[in-house]
Design a protein around this ligand. Structure first.
Ligand code: THG
Length: 264
């Protein structure tokens, strides 16, 4: 599974404060820690309360790149902020995200083509997030077809079926699993898939257990990438183990260490 580290997000108090104070210490510490623990991308999100999201995004991109060579996943609903970030990215980035709404798809796919960026595409539209797998898959097909019209190949897309907390939307779980499997039938090459893993456990007891159980189940259903807490060692070990069980990595006695170290 491709690990996108979730921690540089203004939803967390220390990152919100860092942005406010223009003090890079917390951002750079999380960048280093997540890379050290096996992240392949770093999610960059200015958070819900930033008054100046464009400036905040530019600053986060710059200070993160001072300490990490990982590619960035620019996470915002404000496309001007994403574009400002893309201009500064040293490596091809990921745009996170676009729903299946025509005006937004046009903006984001044109931007992705211009900057050579991958795109996280959400299985939702103006009507919200559908409950059933078939509706999510129909939206994914719309996203793949529209991206194609902009010259973006399906495997540049990461379809996000959208995961809701299991304490309020328990009936979505099996629908998300089926969505992950059937998305692979939409096109050849197939789009990739991604989830925001920590969403599934928001407000639950024993969050880490819910997260890692969901992660390995989703992997067995074909999940390619996750926006995850890369500093949860038990989660990273569960992902490494699932890769062995699914024959994605060759077994050796130090498989967990190999999983974490090979991308350093
Ligand atoms: N899909 C896509 N992008 C996403 C999400 C998604 N980006 C944001 C989010 N969801 C993924 N990132 C997080 C980051 C943190 C948490 C959940 C998802 C989280 N935070 C604690 C909480 O809310 O309880 C905050 C704790 C604190 O404040 O210290 O759980 O689904 N494409």
């Amino acid at each position: 599974m491709i690990i996108i580290g979730e921690r540089i997000n203004g939803m967390f108090k220390d990152i919100a404060q860092a942005i406010k104070d223009q003090n890079p210490a917390a951002v750079q510490e999380w960048a280093r820690k997540q890379e050290h623990n096996g992240a392949h991308y770093l999610d960059i999100n200015v958070g819900p309360s930033s008054a100046t999201p464009i400036e905040a995004m530019k600053w986060l991109v710059e200070v993160t790149q001072e300490v990490s060579d990982l590619p960035l996943c620019l996470d915002s609903t404000k496309y001007d902020a994403i574009e400002a970030g893309l201009k500064l990215c040293k490596r091809p980035a990921m745009i996170n995200s676009v729903p299946a709404e025509m005006a937004k798809m046009e903006r984001v796919f044109a931007m992705a083509a211009e900057y050579g960026a991958e795109v996280v595409a959400l299985a939702m539209n103006e009507e919200g997030i559908p409950k059933d797998a078939d509706s999510r898959i129909a939206l994914a097909a719309e996203l793949v077809a529209t991206a194609d019209a902009f010259g973006i190949a399906p495997d540049m897309l990461y379809i996000d079926p959208l995961v809701l907390p299991c304490n309020v939307a328990q009936d979505h779980g099996p629908e998300v699993m089926r969505t992950l499997r059937e998305i692979k039938l939409i096109s050849d090459p197939a789009p990739k898939t991604v989830i925001g893993l920590s969403n599934v456990s928001q407000g639950t007891k024993n969050r880490e257990l819910i997260n890692r159980t969901f992660a390995v189940m989703a992997m067995a259903n074909g999940l390619d990438a996750g926006i995850v807490d890369a500093n949860d060692d038990e989660l990273m070990a569960a992902i490494a183990s699932a890769r062995i069980i699914l024959n994605m990595d060759i077994y050796c006695d130090s498989y967990v260490n190999v999983f974490i170290q090979r991308n350093r």
